[in-house]
Design a binder for this molecule. Structure first.
Ligand code: ZN
Length: 464
């Protein structure tokens, strides 16, 4: 609105200037005031009397308006008209934006998008407009609704197409396993969705969806368990044997690891890995969560691989739950972590001091690690249902030392004391933990709890 206000102010000034100069010119010249003028000017004035306007003189006979100025004046007048028309088109765009389907970004669903792609005919948010520009103007031509001027043809494209029609065309065959990005998703998911849609046209031509074929081989950079160095490894996904394997060397016949796809999760975590295409694989190995950190130099390679995992998982679920719809099952393909971050945590004894740990909340599992990229967490806490004694409370019990902004988590077996550096962080952690323990357990949750209980019998993974 502020920008619109500024635009109307500029318009007002231009109009005023154009009006005053125009009035000056039309007022004509009085003979008395022309006597002192040089003969050449007098010649022009005589012509003016017979219907010609003198160039370069105002009504006082002074050369205030030069030929150049008149041309500029005309430009201002023209600019005014075109700006006024542009403002009209902008208003029309703003109205179109309120229409059903256009009020959210065509790509990520963000509310009130303020950019448009006028050849595709979609309303998009600023961040998605950046990804559209990365496609090149031969694929998408973007403009800001507030800052740029739109011509009549561009406006009519937006009017004729719009988000609903464009979606029907470009997302006609989007497979159920494909994860549509939302506004909070990492850039790699948003950009690859946009590239898949308009550059590769994957959702218009089913044969281009390589991730639905049930087999994929890709080279990814994998963080070493011991040395923490990223090295390139061959990863092979196979739906027929239901596994993901990775090989240290191409020549190796035996994989370094073989993971059941139905037990595998993948989530993007670019910040933690330090790469825009960074991701984390997790699966339970011998009763403990194993983390594998990977990235690819190619955004499309890692996103295709992610979708391939989702496609295989969906097909397995469809076999396991024949009466359930694809849409319902598609909610259970991969999980993002509910929250991650650093917190202080005490041991189980009142004499134990606080330790600074990295926490990852993965559904009902709260894991803590010394380093966010550790291959195994130091401990894992299962979060049950509040009716079974699980609770989150602000502060710490009387007689216990509080570190920073403290709060207490009570599980069936013990209490955990946590501390964070900001009150807002405490509120956020408490809110998300509470939401988990307010949710009744599913049969899958119970089996996860059983796994973690078994873990506690081993010394290394003892929760402390
Ligand atoms: Zn967007």
């Amino acid at each position: 609105m502020l920008l619109l206000g500024t635009a109307s102010c500029i318009l007002g000034c231009l109009k005023k200037k154009a009006d005053s100069e125009d009035a000056d010119e039309l007022a004509g010249l009085s003979e008395a005031k022309t006597k002192s003028l040089p003969p050449s000017t007098g010649e022009k004035i005589r012509k003016f009397k017979h219907g010609f306007r003198p160039l370069g003189r105002n009504k006082h006979g002074k050369p205030h308006m030069t030929h150049k100025n008149i041309i500029q004046g005309t430009t201002i007048e023209t600019s005014f008209i075109s700006l006024e028309m542009a403002e009209g088109r902008r208003k029309k765009l703003m109205e179109l934006m309120k229409k059903n389907g256009n009020s959210t970004c065509a790509e990520c669903g963000k509310k009130n998008p303020d950019w448009g792609s006028y050849n595709i005919g979609v309303f998009i948010c600023t961040s998605c407009a950046g990804f559209h520009r990365n496609l090149g103007s031969h694929i998408s031509k973007t403009k800001s609704i507030l800052l740029d001027n739109w011509d009549a043809d561009q406006l009519s494209m937006m009017e004729e197409i719009g988000n609903v029609k464009a979606k029907a065309k470009y997302e006609m065959h989007i497979p159920m396993c494909y994860r549509r990005p939302c506004v909070t998703d990492p850039d790699v998911l948003k950009e690859q969705f946009i590239r898949a849609k308009y550059e590769r046209e994957e959702f218009m031509h089913v044969d281009k969806q390589i991730y639905t074929t049930g087999f994929m081989e890709v080279y990814l950079w994998k963080r070493g368990k011991e040395d923490g160095r990223f090295q390139q490894r061959k990863f092979v996904l196979s739906e027929s044997d239901g596994t993901l394997k990775y090989f240290v060397k191409d020549s190796h016949k035996e994989p370094k690891a073989k993971i059941e796809i139905s037990k595998l999760n993948m989530t993007f975590c670019p910040k933690k890995v330090g790469n825009p295409n960074g991701a984390q694989l997790t699966y339970v190995k011998d009763g403990s969560t194993r983390n594998i950190f990977i990235y690819s130099s190619s955004g499309s390679a890692i996103v295709d691989w992610y979708m391939a995992i989702r496609s295989i998982k969906l097909n397995k679920l469809l076999i396991a739950y024949p009466g359930t719809s694809e849409l319902e099952l598609s909610q259970f393909l991969t999980r993002d972590f509910l929250k991650e971050g650093w917190m202080f945590k005490t041991g189980p004894r009142s004499s134990d001091g606080y330790k600074w740990r990295w926490f990852t909340l993965d559904d009902r599992k709260l894991m803590y690690l010394e380093d966010p990229l550790d291959p195994y967490p130091k401990g894992e806490v299962f979060l049950g249902y509040h009716a079974d004694g699980f609770a989150v409370k602000k502060g710490v019990p009387p007689g216990m030392k509080e570190q920073g902004f403290g709060f207490t988590l009570r599980t069936k077996d013990r209490i955990f004391l946590f501390g964070v550096q900001k009150d807002e962080d405490r509120t956020e952690w408490m809110k998300v933990l509470q939401s988990v323990i307010d949710r009744p357990l599913t049969p899958q949750d119970n089996s996860m709890a059983a796994n973690l209980v078994r873990k506690r019998s081993t010394i290394r993974q003892f929760i402390y």
